[in-house]
Design a protein around this ligand. Structure first.
Ligand code: GDP
Ligand code: IMO
Ligand code: MG
Length: 428
């Protein structure tokens, strides 16, 4: 079995898109299993930069099957824009499959997301309707792709739900109503464009696994944005962790071979919420500029800080990581000293486990170790042994502190700027 789940080990934007694209060359299927257009996954090929929100990052290889799984919050407008944009650039999207069970983001989800953000409950969301969509899914008032395709069921259900949403929008927020007929027309158009791509994708993926095909599950967001395991309520509304791949793609846990955590060599976060190693000084600014740390989806500057090994150990446990893909090591070039947080200090106590309470986390002070930096440009290096000794030491320390071996090391956004240290599709 060659199935690999790839997850973000921190707060998202670890470089999942780049690593997925790199591994996709050897995969047969690439599957998104959660999140929606809140994700922004960057793939750089030569002079071209692709920013993918809903389509898996394997799409640039014409022979791979790309799957949008049932756990994804599917915004048809954004998906179709993305498809058209890729086609315009000459990318073959004919092998894209969409789960009939994926839930559909409606315009009122986006409106409600924005209104909630502008009110008293600010999370710093991407305003892509993610929270309201998953809330409706759990409340059993959502629309699945299969419902959208049913010409009889859809209008009836839509009418009732739009009436309810309009009452909320009017009574709570004083906002104008959505017009049922307009929505119906818009979504009928989406239904016809999506129809040829719709499939029972769980069936498809399981058949592929049984045939010995290589399947790569591409997580969005990151472990600390998980609704259960993240820094609640400053999280997204889905399960980016590896277990989410089973639910969000319809495969059993016994079908998962390996779990790769994508780890940025430092830490970033977008939106609100605690971040113990955040830097507010020149070094934080330097990392932001050198790492080009600005949101792919919203353009917001990302908050930057040192690597946090408490988080790494936590991510290793929650996801059952078997491998690490370390990215953006090159961004640390030229630093005299590099710090890694190894534990937290909380009211005189030393905490080595990631705390459950947000109030505790907010008060945690990082306990750092200091490593020597390297004064060399490493972007052109292609073998681990050729890295400066201090960079090797830094990576070795990441392995020691997390208890997880590395399989990939990235020293730049390009495809070639990736070192393979272990084959992730091989049996463990
Ligand atoms: P994702 O959401 O996890 O896919 O990550 P994003 O695409 O939002 O952000 C990662 C950014 O870092 C993108 O601009 C990538 O092109 C870039 N990137 C990925 N790996 C590396 C790397 O090793 N070095 C550098 N300098 N940039 C990288
Ligand atoms: P990728 O896949 C980084 C953050 C938002 C906000 C919180 C909730 O590119 O790594 P949401 O819109 O999901 O309700 O926002 O989650 N967030 C991300 N941060 N990378 C992402 O995706 C993110 N997707 C959501 O900034 O703090
Ligand atoms: Mg991103």
């Amino acid at each position: 079995m060659s199935t690999v789940v790839l997850v973000g080990a921190q707060w998202g934007d670890e470089g999942k898109g780049k690593i997925t694209d790199f591994l996709a060359e050897k995969a047969d299927y690439v599957v998104r299993y959660q999140g929606g257009s809140n994700a922004g996954h960057t793939v750089v090929v030569g002079d071209h930069k692709f920013q993918l929100h809903l389509i898996p990052s394997g799409i640039l290889y014409p022979d791979k099957v790309s799957v949008v799984g049932n756990g994804v919050a599917l915004d048809p407008m954004i998906l179709l824009q993305e498809i058209d944009g890729l086609r315009d650039k000459g990318i073959d999207v004919s092998k894209l499959k969409i789960s009939s069970r994926a839930h559909i983001v409606m315009p009122y989800h986006k409106e409600l997301d924005s209104l909630q953000e502008n009110g008293s409950r600010k999370i710093g969301t991407t305003k892509r309707g993610i929270g309201p969509l998953y809330a409706d899914k759990i409340s059993r008032t959502g629309f699945r792709v299969i419902d959208l395709l049913d010409g009889d069921v859809f209008p009836e259900k839509l009418k009732a739900i739009v009436e309810e949403k309009n009452r909320i929008l009017d009574k709570i927020y004083g906002r104008p109503a959505f017009v049922f007929e307009d929505l119906l027309e818009q979504f009928r158009y989406y239904a016809e464009r999506l129809r040829p791509m719709v499939a029972d994708t769980s069936l498809l993926i399981n058949q592929a696994i049984d045939e010995g095909k290589k399947v790569l599950f591409e997580g969005a967001q990151g472990t600390l944005l998980d609704i259960d395991h993240g820094t609640y309520p400053y999280v997204t509304s889905s399960h980016p962790v590896s277990g989410g791949a089973c639910v969000g793609a319809g495969v059993g846990p016994t079908k998962i071979n390996r779990v790769i955590g994508v780890v940025k060599a430092y830490t970033t976060r977008v939106g609100e919420g605690p971040f113990p190693t955040e830097l507010f000084d020149d070094i934080g600014e330097l990392i932001r500029e050198r790492g080009d740390e600005y949101g792919t989806t919203t353009g917001r500057p990302r908050r930057c800080g040192w690597l946090d090994a408490v988080i790494l150990r936590y991510a290793a446990r929650i996801n059952g990581l078997t491998d690490m893909a370390i990215t953006k090591l090159d961004v640390l070039d030229g630093m005299e000293k590099i710090k890694i947080c190894v534990a937290y200090k909380y009211r005189g106590q030393t905490l080595s486990e990631f705390p459950e309470s947000l109030e505790v986390l907010q008060e945690c002070e990082p306990i750092y170790i200091e490593l020597k930096g390297w004064q060399q440009d490493i972007a052109g290096i292609r073998r681990f042994e050729d890295l400066p000794f201090a960079a090797q030491e830094y990576v070795n320390k990441m392995v020691e502190l997390s208890g997880v071996n590395h399989s990939l090391l990235a020293v730049g956004p390009g495809r070639a700027q990736t070192m393979v240290t272990r084959d992730v599709f091989a049996p463990l």
